[in-house]
Design a protein. Structure first.
Lengths: 305, 266
């Protein structure tokens, strides 16, 4: 209900342009960052692994979605969600290809493997002739608007919530707590790990598509380690293992970087210092793994009445 | 389930052998258990008792030998499949999912019993809701039997040691196993808790109809509970029979207390 009211309001805003375009821009960034953070949360928070390759999946999604909207589907905003989903699926497939070998390793090794992936994806897009190479992929239509960002943000949070509070989610969290014991109480650990990773990369791809159709120009350098680090920062700022944490972390970080714009280049010093201070005084992030009642399914943990 | 004839055991292990590098951890281990029995596996530290459990539950693949559950060969199956077939276990040093609530620990134990597809979970379908509700009801009922239902929503790590053992037992039982493997259930319990545990295991065996194999160092528990005992030493089986025969057996006494070396006594 609330969802449809907000959506209706946003469609009106998009149509009339009644919100200042700068504010609109920030709001869309917040939405995209929430999708990125919440999806990374699935792997780094709930599953307790450490992936630094989220920007790579975002890149795959951005390029694939742009390719679909420019060269495959008719040029019309109506087909925009289709190209987004295509971007998500492309990122999911790359995620699957990485997950199968990567989860033979653990901890630090997964970080190294995803770091390698990040470099591979960046150089592939730099060297492929079709997407403008290092000059970047230009001419993307501006299809991203508040309504689409809102719809996909809500969808992401909802899917991840429903996943986490289910048999699969319990399996994912069990892997974090004790993988061997999880396997010995019947959790198919290999399957849940790959599942979490693929879903996480799928939504990173969606976010990439939204991002590409917002700034209308992407190049391989956009999706560097710095981008991954940004997402990691938002995740740990809000507190990993909590959806409301991801939402808060993404919102606060995005707004903070904008508010500090008057500092010029210094904001890239001030913001990380703020983060370090937070880590010292609240090492588990703002939410510390706690979850708002709103994000727990109502009947979770209740028997038949 | 009908009573199996004595020549058709529920769990039948033959010639189980496993070595780590040059160390023979378990050699030619045989075990044949009838429905409803309680077996004890004892032996000094490093005798290969836990390795036997690990071989049965797919943690390691045995070098040689077979494990039959009913008529089915389950040798070397992956762990999660073994549980689905009906063998659950607990651990020597409790391995709960520490950050999860007691309820979620139990529900995770039934991972293999929930048949809804991924889509069911994401779309919260009717069958998803029904299966989750049934499972939750069963988990709560188990907690009530074990007297831990007032701690249902607390993180498992916050419970006292004895209760954690019960959570682990509940987590092993919720998948509805036919065989329950208990790895040192009495470790770290005081004598009065040990009595409680003896009663609990008896009740579990009666109420859940499970067949139990337990590894234990506390002889009191073994004597009170077990119908049969196997003694391992350096991977070899050195005794097999009713627990009353233990103290009379020379080799067992030697393995536990050492040779009666008269020269060193003088």
């Amino acid at each position: 209900m609330l969802f449809f009211c907000v959506l209706a309001a946003l469609i009106v805003c998009d149509a009339t342009g009644c919100i200042d375009s700068y504010v609109t821009q920030i709001l869309m960034y917040i939405g995209i960052n929430i999708i990125l953070t919440a999806s990374l949360n699935l792997v780094n928070g709930y599953m307790g692994e450490f992936s630094v390759g989220h920007a790579a999946f975002m890149a795959v999604g951005a390029y694939a979605a742009s390719f679909f909207s420019l060269s495959v589907l008719p040029h019309s905003p109506v087909f925009f969600p289709l190209s987004l989903v295509a971007g998500g699926i492309a990122a999911g497939i790359v995620g699957l290809c990485v997950a199968i070998p990567a989860f033979k390793a653990r901890d630090d090794y997964l970080a190294i493997i995803t770091l390698a992936l990040l470099m591979i994806v960046k150089s592939v897009f730099e060297n492929l002739p079709w997407f403008g190479g290092p000059q970047g992929y230009a001419g993307i239509h501006k299809y991203t608007n508040l309504s689409w960002v809102f719809v996909f943000t809500v969808a992401t949070v909802l899917v991840i919530r429903n996943l986490v509070y289910s048999n699969f989610g319990r399996g994912i969290i069990a892997v974090r707590d004790d993988e061997i014991a999880a396997n010995l109480v019947s959790v198919n650990t290999k399957y849940v790990k790959i599942l979490a990773f693929v879903i996480s990369s799928f939504f990173a791809g969606i976010a990439g598509g939204l991002f590409a159709h917002l700034i209308q120009f992407i190049n391989p350098r956009t999706f560097s380690l710095v981008k991954s680090t940004d997402i990691l920062l938002m995740l740990y700022l809000g507190g990993s293992g909590s959806l409301i944490g991801s939402i808060l972390g993404a919102s606060i970080w995005t707004v903070l970087l904008e508010l500090l714009r008057f500092l010029g280049i210094w904001r890239f010093v001030v913001a990380p210092v703020a983060l370090i201070v937070l880590m010292i005084y609240r090492p588990l992030g703002i939410m510390g793994g706690k979850e708002l009642r709103f994000f727990r399914p109502r009947d979770d943990g209740k028997a038949k009445p | 389930m009908s009573h199996d004839a004595p020549n058709n055991p529920l769990l039948c292990i033959t010639g189980l052998t496993h070595s780590f590098g040059g160390l023979m951890a378990v050699s030619d281990f045989n075990l044949s258990i009838d429905q409803g029995d309680i077996w004890g596996v004892i032996g000094p530290n490093g005798a290969g008792k836990t390795t036997v459990f690990n071989l049965m539950t797919g943690v390691y693949r045995p070098d040689k030998g077979t494990v039959l559950l009913g008529d089915e060969d389950i040798t070397g199956l992956p762990s999660h499949t073994v549980v689905a077939k009906g063998i659950s276990r607990t651990f020597q040093n409790i391995r709960l999912f520490k950050s999860m609530s007691v309820l979620d620990n139990l529900r995770t134990g039934a991972y293999c019993r929930l048949g809804y597809p991924l889509f069911g979970a994401l779309a919260r379908t009717k069958s998803f809701n029904r299966m989750e509700r049934d499972l939750t009801a069963r988990a709560i009922a188990l907690c009530e039997t074990f007297g831990i239902s007032d701690r249902l929503h607390e993180p498992a790590a916050s419970l006292p040691y004895g209760m954690q053992r019960k959570v682990e037992l509940g987590r092993a039982l919720i998948s509805g196993p036919r065989v329950l493997l208990l790895d040192e259930p009495g470790a770290g319990l005081n004598p009065s808790e040990l009595d409680g545990l003896t009663r609990l295991i008896r009740n579990v065996q009666r109420d859940f109809g499970v067949t139990i194999v337990l590894i234990e160092h506390r002889m009191q528990l073994v004597m009170d509970l077990c119908d049969h005992v196997k003694v391992l030493n350096f991977g070899q089986t050195i005794f097999s029979g009713p627990p009353q025969g233990l103290s009379a057996d020379d080799i067992v006494v030697k393995a536990y207390f050492g040779e009666n070396d008269e020269t060193s006594l003088n």
